[in-house]
Design a protein around this ligand. Structure first.
Ligand code: NDP
Ligand code: 8X3
Length: 254
């Protein structure tokens, strides 16, 4: 049996996409998973698939303070040591230009991708620092580095995640707690269905004729980062599908 048997990963946004694939990957390697998200029936299905002995589930909305306190209490009651916290819950809403975008969509992205991630981290970090171990792995995005039309507030939330990750590293030097920011490009999950408000046809068209990253590709990056020796900190990983590249800087002419 693997020596990792009793290691624990807490995953936000484990009900689909990267979170779900990462839960399965770590469980396959003998880790215990604490899987949280809003859609409880999805978490139940995940628990069924992984096996109840390897997977704890809890309904948590990262935008709700009480839910995060409940998660901290759950971890404490179960006497779990957090070896990895995967801050993965997040979303993009809309692709309209800044003058047309829905302001409420912007606020929801900021609440989820920034405030939710910060709140979960601040709540769970003290136990990791006290244990002198642990690893915060954030899911950023290439959208936090490269601008694209319609990326406006979404990209800005991921730029926050990038700088927050570096600043966490600065604060946590000497504590034994590691921090990694994983920044994927185009990956086929429910991401575009959410972005286009349930319009499956529009979402599917994003991935038509291309070979995007898969959720399993991201899970592999998370697993690799988490399983480096304790003296190695992977600061950031940026990965894109081979078919994706950079647009030239645009110049509008009269
Ligand atoms: P999915 O839509 O498949 O998964 C998003 C997950 O986030 C779901 O499990 C969802 O669960 C959860 N979530 C959303 N809001 C909340 C909330 N308020 N509280 C708790 N959980 C929440 O998309 P991905 O797997 O692709 O996305 C995962 C992360 O990866 C996101 O941060 C996204 O921004 C980022 N990303 C995605 C890329 C892509 O191209 N797919 C590329 C780069 C980064 P539920 O709805 O059940 O709460
Ligand atoms: C999601 C990747 O390129 O759609 O973060 O913004 S992209």
């Amino acid at each position: 049996m693997s020596s990792e048997l009793f290691k624990t990963i807490v995953i936000t946004g484990a009900s689909s996409g990267f979170g779900s694939a990462t839960a399965k990957k770590f469980a396959e390697h003998g880790w215990r998973v604490v899987a949280v998200a809003r859609r409880f029936e999805r978490l139940q299905a995940l628990q069924q698939e992984i096996g109840i002995e390897r997977c704890e589930i809890l309904q948590v909305d990262v935008c709700v303070q009480n839910d995060i306190a409940k998660l901290a209490g759950f971890i404490k009651d179960k006497q779990l040591n957090i070896d990895v916290l995967l801050n993965n819950a997040g979303l993009a809403l809309g692709l309209d230009s800044a003058d047309k975008a829905d302001l409420q969509d912007w606020k929801t992205m900021i609440d989820t991708n920034i405030s939710g991630l910060v709140n979960v981290t601040r709540t769970l970090l003290p136990a990791m620092v006290a244990a002198k171990s642990g690893h915060v792995i954030n899911i950023g995005s290439i959208a936090g580095t490269y601008a694209y039309p319609g990326g406006n507030a979404y990209g800005a939330t991921k730029a926050f995640v990038s700088q927050f990750s570096l600043n966490l590293r600065a604060d946590l030097a000497g504590t034994g707690v590691r921090v990694t920011n994983i920044e994927p490009g185009l990956a086929e999950t429910e991401f575009s269905i959410v972005r286009f408000d349930g319009d499956k046809e529009k979402a599917d068209s994003v991935y038509q004729g291309v070979h995007p990253l898969t959720a399993e590709d991201i899970a592999e990056s998370v697993y690799w980062s988490a399983n480096q020796p304790a003296h190695v900190n992977v600061n950031r990983i940026e990965l894109m599908p081979t078919c994706q590249s950079f647009a030239p800087l645009s110049i509008s002419k009269n």
